[in-house]
Design a binder for this molecule. Structure first.
Ligand SMILES: [Zn+2]
Length: 143
């Protein structure tokens, strides 16, 4: 274990441009279960119900989507960044990290202190919604 940490530190030191790619695993210690793990979101919802644009077609599927989204928001709005999020924020402050690409929608990289422009949220965030008709975006005060 120690040798892999030393090796990672050497790679970081030598790197001219470092970007972190994160997924659900980084946020489980913050109390956000991996979607696929037991107790995760896909235990309670069928992912096939949320394939775009299928989920927009019926009122029932839209209600299901918003029920799931509300559940996400409630859990994620109280979550705190953990040591891994804070370590990435520290690497950025020290000039060792150029950006973060994340699959997560929890906003914890922002909360940890990483700069807003260096975070690419592949699946968006639960802290904003955009109207598909007019494009207007509303953001929560949380992030
Ligand atoms: Zn609109």
């Amino acid at each position: 274990m120690e040798s892999s940490i030393v090796h990672a530190a050497q790679l970081l030191r030598r790197s001219r441009e470092t970007v972190a790619l994160t997924g659900a695993g980084i946020s489980t210690e913050s109390g956000i279960p991996d979607f696929r793990s037991p107790g995760g979101v896909w235990d309670r919802y069928d992912p096939q119900d949320f394939v775009f644009p299928h989920f927009m077609k019926t009122e029932e599927s839209r209600k299901k989507y918003w029920r799931m989204s509300r559940e996400f928001y409630q859990g994620m709005s109280i979550a705190r960044p953990n040591a891994a999020h804070l370590a990435l924020a520290e690497l950025e402050k020290r000039g060792r990290l150029s950006g973060i690409i994340t699959q997560n929608v929890d906003g914890l990289h922002h909360r940890a202190g990483n700069s807003l422009t260096n975070i690419i949220e592949l699946h968006g965030t639960v802290f904003s919604v955009s109207c598909l008709s007019c494009g207007k975006t509303l953001r929560s005060q949380r992030n």
